[in-house]
Design a protein around this ligand. Structure first.
Ligand SMILES: C[S@@+](CC[C@H](N)C(=O)[O-])C[C@H]1O[C@@H](n2cnc3c(N)ncnc32)[C@H](O)[C@@H]1O
Length: 195
């Protein structure tokens, strides 16, 4: 991804998440945090936001691992590199209280099991980019969204697998969704009808 697109998609994620910012309390989740660049921007832009930051920061993956084979650079990092990203995410969000920037050092589905249904204003899905993982993340986190919540997917159009999963998911619920193919983003609003 070019530097320009990388910078811009974060601003658009922040803007999209901000549309949910009227909700009180405002609680969101970022699935796949890496170095915490988007987390920091979200926390800075939305002063009332409590953000679940979810990432296992797992390196040294087996070459047979589907995620390793997905083509995502992140999937092929060493544990030392992932530990450095975890440290960077902690540093970047150190200015915010840990009751606002809640770091979950584990997988998306493990955390989803602990989050109450209908409680989140937005979820930004940017974790394991394989088709089954994006689909499973979408399913599990959709039910965590409030009735007026927003789901945002990164790398739609960048990875075939992400597009396939998003289309399978939205087709299953007969959802309206939008996408920006330059910024590799897609998003869908939950409405009472679609619950
Ligand atoms: C593309 S990076 C995230 C970038 C970040 N969202 C940003 O905007 O800066 C993908 C991250 O997903 C994480 N990841 C992989 N499998 C995951 C899982 N099962 N649950 C949550 N995160 C996962 C990886 O460790 C990696 O750090």
């Amino acid at each position: 991804m070019s530097q320009r697109v990388e910078g811009e998609y974060r601003q658009v994620v922040v803007r999209l998440a901000g549309t949910a910012a009227n909700a009180t309390p405002l609680v969101g989740a970022e699935i796949g945090v890496a170095e915490g660049k988007t987390s920091e921007m979200l926390l800075r832009a939305c002063p009332r936001l409590t953000l679940h930051m979810v990432d296992p920061w797992l390196g040294d993956r087996d070459v047979d691992d589907c995620y390793w084979q997905s083509g995502d650079d992140q999937a092929r990092k060493t544990q030392r590199e992932m530990d450095a990203q975890h440290d960077a995410a902690i540093r970047r969000t150190a200015a915010f209280s840990r009751s606002r920037a809640i770091i979950h050092h584990t997988t998306s589905l493990a955390v989803a099991a602990t989050v109450p249904d209908d409680s989140l204003s937005f979820v930004f899905i940017d974790g394991d980019h394989t088709e089954p993982a994006v689909y499973a993340d979408s399913q599990q986190w959709w039910r965590k969204l409030r009735p007026d919540g927003l789901m945002i997917w990164h790398d739609y159009g960048n990875y075939l697998s992400v597009g396939e999963a998003v289309r399978r998911f939205v087709a299953g619920l007969d959802l309206w969704y939008e996408h920006d193919d330059k910024l590799f983003l897609a998003w869908a609003h939950k409405t009472a009808k679609e619950e």
